[in-house]
Design a protein around this ligand. Sequence first.
Ligand SMILES: Nc1ncnc2c1ncn2[C@@H]1O[C@H](COP(=O)(O)OP(=O)(O)OP(=O)(O)O)[C@@H](O)[C@H]1O
Ligand SMILES: [Mg+2]
Length: 263
Amino acid sequence: MIIKVDNLTKQFDGLKAVDGVSFGVAPGSIFAFLGPNGAGKSTTIKMLVTLLKPTSGQLEINGFDVLAAPAQARRSFGVVFQDYSLDDELTAYENMYFHALIYALPKAERRAKIAKLLELVNLTERQKSLVKDFSGGMKRRLEIARGLLHEPKVLFLDEPTLGLDPQTRNHIWAYIKNLNQQRQLTVFFTTHYMDEAQRYADQIAIIDRGQIVARGTPQDLQRQTDSDSLEQAFLKLTGYDLRDENISAAERLRLLNQRKWKK
Ligand SMILES: Nc1ncnc2c1ncn2[C@@H]1O[C@H](COP(=O)(O)OP(=O)(O)OP(=O)(O)O)[C@@H](O)[C@H]1O
Ligand SMILES: [Mg+2]
């Protein structure tokens, strides 16, 4: 297993955001981490990528103990966060270059590697444009290119395609799938788009209220829950109540109607 999570817990004041989570991810596989809003997905990723200290538990990436050897672990993965993390006042190239400096890429390799990755995500022609003038899809593609710059073995993607049109989502998944197949890149992603998990994940873990409630291939989860689709399996496993208190009343009503109808 290239990622090992053992009995991981994160306590925020009164809330156990992650509550005794254990799983492994096989090298070269695509792993989907699914769950309702607030389930603990991003918190788990933040602990794996050394941004947040676990309350308890063990984490290993590429053979390195994440807590004891964070620097080595960090060299093994790239990450695209759920929240936007580019520098708007820099060009696409400069955003990449800055990242190359942080990761201490040898000077001789920087330009060629940046050029190759910008090509991969179809941003070569826009490399000198300021990122603030990019569309949402272009920004996300740039974040993915940046996450790959130091040639990580593992790529974490926290909702990589949120808010993107179907064309851009397909493009992004084509790059990811290609990297997975050509370079045996291990991909760990979260999404609320069940079709993406169904289509691309080798293995899925479903987390709800900080605990893993199911694991398996998309087919396994459907079978376990006697469902016709992954979305139905997901709803059966995690329930129909709403989890996010921050959404607007109109959105809540829309979701409620949609879910009532699905039930
Ligand atoms: N820094 C923090 N301090 C206090 N509570 C936090 C903090 N970060 C996250 N939480 C809480 O932990 C829980 C899990 O949050 P997390 O962001 O991991 O959910 P998520 O599964 O990524 O949800 P989403 O699908 O909405 O992104 C939530 O209840 C959240 O409010
Ligand atoms: Mg999240």
